[in-house]
Design a protein around this ligand. Structure first.
Ligand SMILES: *Cc1c(COP(=O)(O)O)cnc(C)c1O
Length: 437
């Protein structure tokens, strides 16, 4: 089609009709022009991971019957048991537990920890403070049912100021009670760098050299399929994550997974259901088709989200805001942090993301006290799956440095639109006025 003559059918016109100004659109196109090489690398990783997932589905002979579900106790649930073997194949682990009864990422992590630690054991985080909601699981902030209440102690070694591991400090912190080491791959709500799979491998090798029988668990949230390898390929005994992030591919409406050593996964199964019952119970209801199809789509969905993160980094970096990771850095998760330095910037950004959503685009997000978080948080999420953060979404804790954590986008095209909407919102509020400072 000749887009000059039929300008009503131009892509640009579609943006203008959706409230994007000429200058915001032009700025976006200019930023994009420099990203084609990086986008191609992302597509190549997605291609690699697509074949990895496909191999896992085929090797485990997933059949049409696997897409059906069970009810009641869920004994002999072929689809559930096969899906767990598929996950084990994808992560190259001995075993996996993948269940709708694991309600979210925090639950999956709590389950992995609580089932593999016993009173008197110690948990160590060698990468600084864990994700906010884990503070209550561990008992860093006193909480009912925390590990601390059950007599599991906790130690933490901060990262060095350049983001590297404090090997001396880690060596000193490991003692005869250290049973499990928890490594968070993604930065979460912090501005430290996200850890690459290679870096995680180095850390695990160091920890195991000090104490070979220590269990190394990786909080894999937001990291799945970003690289060609996973932490379980470099020595992690358990990788843990949420199905409403990367591996659910946007289709899983709930769920979490733990993939790893047989004994670790078995412990988790007995804790999830009951001693004696373990993985034999837990009906999958009608959910398996979404789990399988979501996993199948996860590599390409993750790739789209990754492109969105890189686009956002380059847009806001060019405008003079601090972005983590920066526009050029290699990526190890799908989260993009942008520091606006003011509550107004955070709020305007989130309003733009919300306005771009397929669902609830007409509502205006506001900062709110959220369970598990220690400050008000504003969340933009117009998602098909409530709270899903593989869908285009943004979270901003209303506290210094007033950073917004942006992630997701089921398609790159939607992520692009959302980022342009966020910028338009900042322009409309006078927070951004010059495009090339
Ligand atoms: C999202 C996330 C969690 C918690 O997952 P929820 O599903 O929100 O409970 C834990 N760790 C990291 C790094 C995360 O990104």
């Amino acid at each position: 089609m000749n887009t000059e003559k039929n300008s009503d059918y131009s892509i640009k016109n579609m943006y203008l009709e959706r409230g994007i100004s000429e200058e915001v659109y032009a700025f976006g196109e200019q930023i994009l022009a420099d990203l084609s090489e990086r986008f191609q690398k992302i597509d190549e990783n997605a291609e690699y991971n697509q074949l990895k997932v496909l191999k896992a589905l085929q090797d485990n002979q997933v059949s049409e019957a696997c897409l059906l579900g069970t009810t009641g106790y869920g004994y002999n649930d072929l689809g559930r048991d096969t899906l767990e073997r598929v996950y084990a194949s994808v992560f190259h682990t001995e075993d996996a537990l993948v269940r709708p009864q694991i309600t979210c990422g925090t639950h999956a992590l709590a389950l992995a920890l609580m089932s593999n630690l016993r009173p008197g054991d110690e948990l160590l985080s060698p990468v600084g403070k864990p994700y906010d909601t884990l503070e209550e699981v561990i008992g860093i902030r006193p909480s009912k049912g925390s590990l601390q209440e059950y007599g599991v102690s906790y130690r933490q070694v901060e990262l060095l100021s350049d983001g590297s591991f404090d090997y001396e400090g880690i060596k000193a912190a490991i003692n005869e009670r250290t049973k499990l080491v928890t490594i968070q791959r993604s930065k979460g709500y912090q501005t430290r760098p996200t850890l690459s799979v290679d870096k995680i491998g180095e850390l695990i090798a160091f920890v195991k050299a000090q104490k070979p029988d220590v269990i190394c668990m990786v909080d894999n949230c937001y990291g799945e399929f970003v690289e060609r390898t996973e932490p379980s390929d470099v020595g992690a005994d358990m990788v843990v994550g949420s199905l409403i992030k990367n591996p659910g591919g946007g289709l899983a409406p709930i769920g979490g997974y733990i993939a790893g050593k047989k004994e670790c996964v078995e412990n988790a199964a007995y804790r999830l259901t009951s001693p004696g019952l373990g993985r034999e119970v837990g009906a999958s209801l009608g959910i398996l088709s979404a789990f399988y199809q979501g996993l199948f789509l996860a590599p390409t969905v993750t790739a789209g989200a990754l492109k969105g993160a890189i686009f956002a980094a380059n847009i806001y970096e060019r405008l003079g805001f601090r972005v983590v990771p920066d526009g050029q850095e290699s990526r190890h998760d799908i989260i993009q942090a942008v520091e606006f330095g003011s509550p107004e910037g955070v709020i305007a950004f989130c309003e733009g993301i919300q306005a771009a959503a397929p669902i609830d685009s007409h509502v205006v997000p506001e900062p709110w006290a959220m369970p598990g978080y220690d400050s008000d948080v504003i969340m933009a999420a117009g998602a098909f799956v409530s709270g899903s953060s593989i869908e285009l979404s943004a979270d901003g804790p209303i506290k210094p440095p007033y950073a917004v954590y942006f992630q997701g986008g089921l398609t790159w095209q939607h992520a692009k639109f959302g980022i342009l909407k966020s910028l338009q919102s900042l322009v409309d509020k006078g927070i951004v006025s010059k495009f090339f400072p």
